[in-house]
Design a protein around this ligand. Structure first.
Ligand code: NDP
Ligand code: 2IT
Length: 452
């Protein structure tokens, strides 16, 4: 990057920081993208003149609302809900809903911003959005979760629609919560439309949506390894998280002949040197989605496994490949150095922005195979896009066809990253490739619309 571009970038990041006080995650996500886009834009005056990046980094709107609900003891509880509609240049706003006590406007703004690039990369017509609440589902009864979801949707329904904004799941929001929210939407509007994705198969959902994010992250890993004549078979994998994305990533690693060594949750991680096999993954899925227990229980059932508590993360376990599948900023610069020192050759992010900026810079400097979430975890929203298509056509596609679509879409994203991220020596900067490919599609649509 030329000196003047560095100055422009620094000025741009200063402005974003000033306009978004107290929103570090949002500033982080925008900075990471801007680092690549300023170089790309250097000789492309039209993007500068139209202030495209500045406009993508300013959400179309941020809707914030109160969510009241009654707990099982009759206490009235008050939470905050949001929907961030970041950009709809290439399709209706699309992105998950997160229920977690750590949710803030900053977190949802970063997620909606990232989603805009990710959705563009899928090749499907979807804009970027994200929503959620600081509601903590842990320890709540199903009735409490239902009452919360109904109250949340009673406000959200007026802002969404099958051609307007189509939410889905994310942390703390799975099939159960989508069911409660879809039921309330249908009740209020008296319409059965594809307004949410991740629905149950009996009521408009798509086959393989549940598996798609984790499977897709492993397909992306496979594509990266292939560029080095390598494969998943025989590789040891360290995975964080134990929810939807982590368990399905683990499942696909095992199916392709790899060995999964770890899983985690917010309390710590389990390490199973014998490998987390399919029967053990099935046990974890049941633990997390039915009994809603903690990953530490794993070591009581599977001998030889250990649990490290205190919120510890698994990055110190020696591995060939790593898949962060829990949450943002769960892997920092020191963790990146540890992975690199232990010989880790590839990182495929299942979570959104799990690596902090320092970690990103270290992976890039080491020139390993490193895929940012906006590329490698796009399989989930891609199959959401296919769920929208099926809903519009009022048909259901066969599993084999959907599996093939997912493989093709992940290979297509890999190719886009390679197109814009190759440096000519065989190295692919996937962060740069994903940022530029995603930006270009959205930017060109925005140019067509003029100043709106
Ligand atoms: P789940 O709720 O199913 O699982 C989340 C997992 O991450 C749990 O193991 C949870 O542990 C852990 N976790 C959550 N917050 C924290 C935290 N602050 N610190 C440590 N661990 C934490 O969510 P998903 O699997 O759906 O989502 C995981 C990641 O993947 C998120 O970054 C999400 O945005 C991303 N993603 C999800 C997609 C999807 O289709 N679901 C699509 C693309 C990306 P605990 O039980 O202790 O909270
Ligand atoms: O981060 C994500 O891509 C998701 N949580 C899935 C979004 C979706 O609309 O399926």
């Amino acid at each position: 990057m030329a000196n003047s571009e560095h100055v422009d970038l620094a000025r741009f990041v200063d402005g974003v920081t000033r306009r978004n006080p107290g929103q570090p995650e949002f500033v982080q996500a925008v900075t990471e993208v801007a680092e690549d886009i300023f170089g790309f834009m250097a000789d492309k005056v039209k993007y500068h003149e139209a202030q495209i990046l500045r406009r993508i980094a300013e959400p179309d709107r941020v809707i914030s609302f109160r969510v009241c609900w009654e707990d099982d003891k009759g206490n009235i509880r008050v939470q905050r809900g949001w929907r961030v509609q970041n950009n709809n240049a290439i399709g209706p706003y699309k992105g998950g809903i997160r229920f977690h006590p750590s949710v803030t406007e900053s977190v949802l703004k970063f997620l909606a911003f990232e989603q805009t690039f990710k959705n563009a990369l899928t090749g499907l017509p979807m804009g970027g959005g994200k929503g959620g609440s600081n509601f903590n589902p842990k320890g709540k009864s199903s009735n409490e979760v239902m009452r919360f979801c109904q109250s949340f949707m009673t406000e959200l329904y007026r802002h969404i629609g099958a051609d307007v904004d189509v939410p889905a799941g994310d942390i703390g929001v799975g099939g159960r919560e989508i069911g409660y929210m879809f039921g309330q939407y249908k009740r209020i509007t008296n319409q059965f439309t594809g307004v949410l994705t991740g629905k149950g198969l009996e009521w408009g959902g798509s086959l393989i949506r549940t598996e798609a994010t984790g499977y897709g992250a492993v397909y992306f890993l496979q594509n990266m390894l292939m560029t080095k004549g390598n494969a998943v078979a025989g590789k040891t994998a360290v995975i964080s998280g134990s929810g939807n994305v982590a368990t399905h990533a683990a499942e696909k690693i095992v199916q392709l002949g790899g060995k999964v060594l770890t899983l985690s949750d917010s309390e710590g991680f389990i390490h199973d040197p014998a490998g987390i096999t399919q029967d053990k993954i099935d046990w974890v899925k049941e633990l997390k989605t039915v009994r809603r227990g903690r990953i530490s229980e794993y070591v009581k059932h599977f001998k030889g496994a250990t649990f490290t508590g205190g919120g510890a993360r698994p990055w110190g376990v020696v591995c060939d490949v790593a898949l962060p599948c829990a949450t943002q900023n769960e892997l920092d610069g020191r963790d990146a150095e540890t992975l690199l020192a232990n010989g880790c050759m590839a990182v495929s992010e299942g979570a959104n922005m799990p690596t902090d900026l320092d970690g990103v810079h270290r992976f890039k400097a080491a020139r390993i195979l490193y895929a940012p979430g906006k590329a490698s975890n796009a399989g989930g929203v891609a199959v959401s896009g296919l769920e929208m298509s099926q809903n519009s056509a009022r048909i259901s596609w066969k599993e084999a066809d959907l599996q093939q679509h997912l493989l093709d879409i992940m290979a297509g994203i890999h190719a886009s990253c390679a197109e814009y991220g190759s440096d000519g020596t065989g190295y692919i900067d996937y962060v740069k490739g994903a940022n530029i490919a995603g930006f270009k599609k959205v930017a060109d649509a925005m140019l067509a619309y003029g100043v709106v």
